[in-house]
Design a protein around this ligand. Structure first.
Ligand SMILES: C[S@@+](CC[C@H](N)C(=O)[O-])C[C@H]1O[C@@H](n2cnc3c(N)ncnc32)[C@H](O)[C@@H]1O
Length: 293
């Protein structure tokens, strides 16, 4: 009781200097309203949450965190807006192309050897946003396997954002999204929609390789995966959630299979570091190892 009273005095004091409110104070203020909507604020990085709250408050013309908390309590539509804003969908085709080139040249041959002739290559794009990542993976695999029809491909792609998955499933992209791709890739794997030159659709030969799902990474039930691409997702999460996600990936991967993170993401200092070997450190490509190795 005494502790709670002290804590409240501290929060109110800090709020009166609203610019100086610490990330931790902000999490404390909003944790119960998140809980009331069945969401967990603690899984996100506090600095990230603070930035997203600031953005929504700016849109509503609010300066005080407690005022915004009151709005959230009463208005589930605003909570939905805030929650959606926590899903940053920025992406593009062959993002950090060096990663795809290295994967194709050095990791693919190892996966093919692992899978063996006639085998099925299973890839998971975790946090796939509007689909550019899984489509890039499919195009990379199709072009690598051009001269060999011995292998089949299965790409599973998931995201928590319904909007993102619906967009991904349509597979239609603006000319701006495809303009940096090599022209032969566009000709081979996309078709123009209508005569307007403004929109392209991914060919069905690419689409057919991918199954899209709206779900959280932690609840996606997949096994025996040869490589997981989880790029630019962990960056928004706090350490504990990162550990949970990384150990989930370890369970889903086949022995000696691969995990690809984003260029600004690292496993350094995580407990899970001992579960993965950085085989291509610059590209953030890791290989699963067994704990007792
Ligand atoms: C910045 S985008 C990255 C897209 C793509 N991986 C890339 O690197 O270009 C992050 C995506 O991860 C999704 N995401 C975040 N947390 C997730 C979770 N727990 N489960 C599934 N998707 C998640 C977001 O909705 C968003 O679409």
């Amino acid at each position: 009781m005494y502790f709670i009273a002290i804590k409240q005095i501290r929060v109110v004091h800090v709020l009166s200097l609203s610019n100086l409110t610490t990330d931790e104070d902000v999490l404390n203020i909003f944790s119960s309203v998140f809980k009331s909507y069945g969401a967990d604020i603690t899984r996100y990085k506090s600095s990230f949450i603070k930035r997203r709250l600031g953005r929504r408050m700016g849109i509503l013309g609010l300066k005080n965190y407690l005022d915004y908390e009151q709005v959230l309590k009463k208005n589930s539509v605003e909570f939905e807006e805030l929650f959606m804003s926590l899903s940053i969908n920025v992406t593009n085709f062959f993002r950090d192309s060096i990663v795809y080139e290295s994967f194709k040249s050095f990791i693919m041959p190892k996966i093919l050897a692992n899978v063996g002739p006639g085998g099925r290559i299973r890839i998971w794009s975790a946090g796939c946003a509007s689909g550019e990542e899984p489509y890039s993976i499919a195009i990379m695999l199709l072009s690598a396997l051009e001269k060999s029809d011995n292998f089949s491909i299965e790409i599973v792609a998931n995201d928590i954002s319904r909007k993102a998955i619906e967009y991904a499933q349509r597979g239609k992209y603006s000319v701006k999204s495809v303009e940096k791709l090599p022209p032969n890739v566009v000709t081979k794997y996309f078709q123009k929609i209508g005569n307007t030159n403004t929109e392209y659709e991914v060919n069905s030969s690419v689409k057919n390789q991918i199954s899209f799902k709206i779900c959280d990474i932690l609840s996606n039930d997949v096994k025996q995966i040869d490589a997981i691409f989880c790029r630019n997702v962990l960056i928004y999460y706090g350490r504990e959630s990162q550990e949970l996600i990384l150990s989930k990936f370890h369970k889903c991967l086949k022995e000696h299979s691969y995990l690809v993170l984003g260029m600004d993401e690292t496993m350094l200092g995580r407990k899970c570091e001992k579960l993965f070997n950085p085989v291509m450190a610059r590209e953030r490509i890791y290989q699963k190892i067994l704990p007792n190795n």
